[in-house]
Structures are given as structure tokens and as C-alpha cells.
Design a protein around this ligand. Structure first.
Ligand code: DC
Length: 224
């Protein structure tokens, strides 16, 4: 079987990770969540009292940050300097920090090298913001997932509510808008739909419907 790659990009909350994970399981290939890497950099800054907006300081400590992606029972785990931080990186503060550190070119170059190395020699589904445009420009299938701000905020609100986190829908909506702005307006490798990507607006669609739509785009000989 030939190796193949599927790039899934889109704004925060469009359903990328849910869809990418299920798709990878269905196709029995690896799923790489690249956002987790930027989150690990942000967590390092927070833990070491480095302001995540302080670009110069972050550039200077980049060599102290070692990020590894490993798989445990089919689930991606992120190791930051040897410690599994996969759960710690899911807070709102880390989300904000990740969006900030992701604007630094040197941070991106380091993460992209890691991402391309993982993608070498294996079939993968990789999700992020710049996978189809920059990390894997030759990906076999490129998907750009979107959804309205309202829908994305509602999904996030429900997710947090189920976890018992108390928050306001309005606050979440504003955070999502701010992250969209940060991610798409940065200079280096911003969030952008690749020319050859297929856009799917998931507003009002179920996860199963989205998966079905993507599977139909994949040539059968890729995974049979
Ligand atoms: O997908 P996520 O929410 O976990 O990503 C966290 C942040 O990392 C997001 O605000 C933008 C950044 N990011 C990026 O710039 N490029 C990627 N390939 C993945 C994430």
C-alpha cells in the first residue's frame, strides 16, 4: 500500500481534532494533532514564568524545549522535556498562549521540522492551521473545515459544561474570535485555506456526516 497523507486545517473549534482522530482510526493510520505542540511550548512558558507574548525571550529558550509525540494505546501523547503534558495543555490559558507563541517564526520552524519528520514514511491524518499550505504542501487530500463562530462557541461551551467548567458563552465567543484573528493575521504561515483544499462547512452537520463526506474523497486504493 502506498503511503498517503490527509491534511485537515481550519479555525479553532471547527471540529478538526474530533474528525481527524476518528478518520485516522477508520483508516487505521496515525493521527497527528499539531496544535498540541504549540500548546506544549506555551505551557513551558507559563511554567517558567516567561511571558508568552515576549518573542525575544522565547526565541532564546527554544533550545531548552524538547517536544516529543508518542502513541499510547493508539492515542497521541505529548512529552515536554520527557513529561507527559497531554492533559495539562488543554486549559484556556494554554490556548491563549499557544496562539501567541505560534506567531513566532522560530517556534514554527522548530515545530514544522518535528511534524515533517513524523509524516515521513507513514500514512497520516495531520490537523492544524498550515498543514495543507506549508507543512505538507503535497498532501494527497486537503480539507479545510469551518463552522460559524456561534456553532464553534456552542460546541466549546457544551464541552466545558460537561467537564464541569463554569464559563459564559459570550466569553467563549470572544476568545474564539480573538484566536481566529491571531491565527489568520500572523505573518508567517497563517491559517489559510490551501488553493487545492476542499472546504467543508460543518455548521449543522454531525460528526458522522463530516467523516462520510471526507471518506468519499479518498481513493479506495489508498486504504484497501
Ligand atoms: O488546534 P489547537 O487549538 O490545539 O491549536 C492551538 C493554537 O496553536 C492555535 O491557536 C494556533 C496554533 N497552531 C498553529 O499555529 N499551527 C498549527 N499547525 C496548529 C496550531
Amino acid at each position: 500500500m502506498k503511503h498517503f497523507s490527509i491534511a485537515i486545517d481550519g479555525p479553532a473549534g471547527a471540529g478538526k481534532s474530533t474528525i481527524a482522530k476518528l478518520l485516522a482510526n477508520k483508516l487505521k493510520i496515525i493521527y497527528v494533532d499539531t496544535g498540541a505542540m504549540y500548546r506544549a511550548v506555551a505551557l513551558y512558558c507559563i511554567n517558567n514564568e516567561i511571558n508568552y507574548n515576549d518573542k525575544e525571550s522565547i526565541k532564546n529558550i527554544l533550545d531548552d524545549i524538547d517536544i516529543k509525540i508518542v502513541y499510547k494505546e493508539n492515542n497521541q501523547r505529548v512529552l515536554l522535556n520527557g513529561k507527559d503534558v497531554s492533559n495539562e495543555i488543554r486549559t484556556n490559558e494554554v490556548s491563549r498562549g499557544a496562539s501567541a507563541v505560534a506567531t513566532i517564526k522560530e517556534v514554527r520552524i522548530k515545530m514544522v521540522e518535528l511534524q515533517r519528520n513524523i509524516a515521513k514514511g507513514t500514512s497520516i491524518v495531520m490537523d492544524g492551521r498550515d498543514i495543507g499550505t506549508y507543512v505538507l504542501p503535497n498532501a494527497d487530500i486537503k480539507i479545510f473545515l469551518t463552522a460559524s463562530v456561534e456553532e464553534r462557541a456552542n460546541r466549546r461551551y457544551k464541552e466545558l459544561f460537561q467537564k464541569g467548567v463554569n464559563c459564559s458563552l459570550e466569553e467563549i465567543k470572544n476568545e474564539i474570535k480573538q484566536r481566529d484573528k491571531n491565527d489568520s493575521s500572523r505573518e508567517f504561515a497563517p491559517l489559510k485555506k490551501a488553493k487545492d483544499a476542499i472546504e467543508i462547512d460543518t455548521t449543522g452537520m454531525t460528526v458522522e456526516e463530516v467523516i462520510e463526506k471526507i471518506v468519499k474523497l479518498i481513493p479506495k486504493d489508498f486504504y484497501n
